[in-house]
Unconditional design. Structure first.
Length: 370
């Protein structure tokens, strides 16, 4: 069996997101990418550039949260000699250096209102003026912007200009959190482990217990793809001479990097008893949210959806039914909450059973029953 082929072969067919990337890459319009941190917004922006007619020119990326307003202005627009203390010579900004290519503005929601106004002029008129400059320069650049914040909410509360939002939001792509794609976690993790096998110099594929994979699939991964990649890198180092990788090893690798209740944490209350027994008395009186599970019919995916939907409904009650307020309290987007609730309703209506994964990977799945 060609293990490497087996890994690549599981990516057959394009997702809706990939199809939109290919479509949007063909046109010159600005694109706004929204979604949580770690969901691959930079990767999407780069794909838009690489598949576009501008691919032979520069792809320039800047994180708007990494600079003060003054420094970011000089980075974007450039400056003339003597424009400020230390400006010993003129310097072209990113709008100029990315001419003919793509300028990716990551975390655009961090821009101050003053800088938003200057960006609006560049977006509308395709002209910029360097800091300390006396004349305007024409620019030819496609802007792709990204944010993990809710720009519509920011427009409502006055912290983001509505005219700039309208100009940048011609085409929109929304990334999906990894925890809402449970069916992909296994494949992404195994593929990453195969990459890490080469990185750590291991000759044979990693062998992983099925139970260990279930723990990985049911972790929250609030850091999304980035967190999953980092976890795989740590696990590969820890298991470089180990076979198979067990549940305990997975939990041990997750735990030091996942404080209680944080992304990736897998924790259990020691006071929890068997199914027919009550929870320890020290939990009585706490403000807990109860999830009713059926051990005979619920699979792991339905358990996750029930818990997530129940918690969202609890937050909705606390927010007087406002999905946006509930999303803000959970540090996510209202569309994410809506997607989870819709998927839960559909699954509850159809009551599907989970099916085992039978795909073969370069990284092997070990079953204790085998």
């Amino acid at each position: 069996m060609n293990n490497q082929y087996a890994v690549a072969n599981t990516d057959r067919g394009s997702s809706i997101l990939e199809e939109k990337i290919a479509l949007y890459a063909r046109v010159p319009h600005y694109v706004l990418i929204t979604g949580e941190r770690g969901t691959g917004k930079t990767t999407i922006a780069r794909k838009l550039h690489e598949q576009s007619p501008r691919s032979k020119r520069e792809f320039v990326s800047v994180n708007c949260a990494s600079f003060t307003s003054e420094l970011l202005e000089s980075e974007l627009f450039g400056y003339e000699k003597g424009a400020f203390t230390g400006a010993a010579s003129a310097k072209a900004g990113l709008f100029e250096t990315s001419a003919g290519g793509t300028l990716f503005l990551d975390e655009i929601g961090e821009l101050t209102l003053g800088l938003q106004a200057k960006l609006l002029k560049a977006v509308e008129e395709k002209r910029i003026r360097r800091v300390g400059g006396t004349y305007e320069r024409e620019i030819d650049v496609r802007i792709v912007a990204a944010t993990s914040r809710d720009l519509k909410e920011m427009v409502t509360d006055g912290s983001f200009r509505p005219d700039l939002f309208d100009r940048l939001n011609i085409l929109q792509l929304e990334t999906i959190p990894l925890r809402c794609q449970k069916e992909r976690i296994r494949h992404l993790f195994l593929r990453q482990m195969e990459d890490e096998r080469s990185a750590v110099g291991r000759e044979l594929p990693f062998v992983i217990d099925e139970a260990a994979l279930c723990v990985i699939e049911q972790s929250e991964w609030k850091g999304n793809y980035r967190e999953l990649r980092n976890f795989a890198a740590r696990l590969a180092v820890e298991a470089i001479d180990v076979s198979p990788i067990t549940v305990d090893m997975v939990r041990k690798t997750l735990k030091p990097h996942s404080p209680s209740g944080a992304p990736g944490a897998v924790s259990y209350l020691p006071e929890m008893k068997a199914d027919h027994e009550a929870v320890s008395d020290d939990l009585v009186g706490r403000n807990l949210v109860t999830v009713v599970l059926d051990p005979e019919s619920d699979d792991l995916d339905s358990v996750y959806l029930k818990a997530a939907a129940t918690f969202i409904e609890h937050k909705l009650n606390k927010s007087n039914g406002s999905l946006r307020l509930a999303a803000r309290s959970l540090n996510t987007t209202h569309s994410t909450l809506s997607r989870i609730l819709t998927k839960h309703r559909e699954r509850s209506k159809n009551s599907p059973k989970g099916s085992p994964h039978n795909s073969e990977y370069g990284t092997l799945v070990h079953s204790a029953a085998a």
